[in-house]
Design a binder for this molecule. Structure first.
Ligand code: THU
Length: 133
């Protein structure tokens, strides 16, 4: 877990957050062992912002990888300490598109040693499936 948290912290350094000054990093582990990192990328048109988690997931999917084990998320204000940063609703929904709610782990880290682990089903109960409408 230490390596994944370190990678998420490193990815957070790349966050582009000139509007909120809140920087988020994510490290997604695929079932094939590959790692994809991401950061939040803001926009002057605020809704065009992309969260760190979705950056990582979209990087993986764009490279043909769609099966995931877990994601580590770290976040906090630019000059402050890391705080527990739960994923937003849109990111939870995107996770539910690709990840098994019973198995996919979401790890919210404050440091390499301090973290909380949740299953996707805990953070997105009764999720919309759509079943490929
Ligand atoms: N943010 C993320 O990157 N992930 C989340 O799950 C929650 C929010 C970003 C979006 C925005 O750039 C900043 O945090 C403040 O909302």
């Amino acid at each position: 877990m230490k390596n994944l948290i370190e990678a998420a912290i490193e990815a957070r350094d790349k966050a582009y957050a000139p509007y909120s000054h809140f920087k988020v990093g994510a490290c997604l582990k695929a079932k094939n062992g590959k790692i994809y990192t991401g950061c939040n990328i803001e926009n002057s048109s605020y809704p065009a912002t992309n969260c760190a988690e979705r950056t990582a997931i979209f990087k993986a999917v764009s490279e043909g990888v769609k099966e995931f084990e877990c994601i580590v998320i770290v976040g906090g204000r630019k000059d402050g300490q890391l705080e527990i940063c739960p994923p937003c609703g849109i990111c939870r929904q995107v996770m539910s598109e690709f990840c098994d709610p019973e198995k996919f782990q979401i790890i919210l880290a404050k440091s390499e040693k301090e973290y909380e682990t949740y299953l996707l089903k805990e953070l997105l109960p009764l999720s919309f499936g759509g079943e490929l409408l």
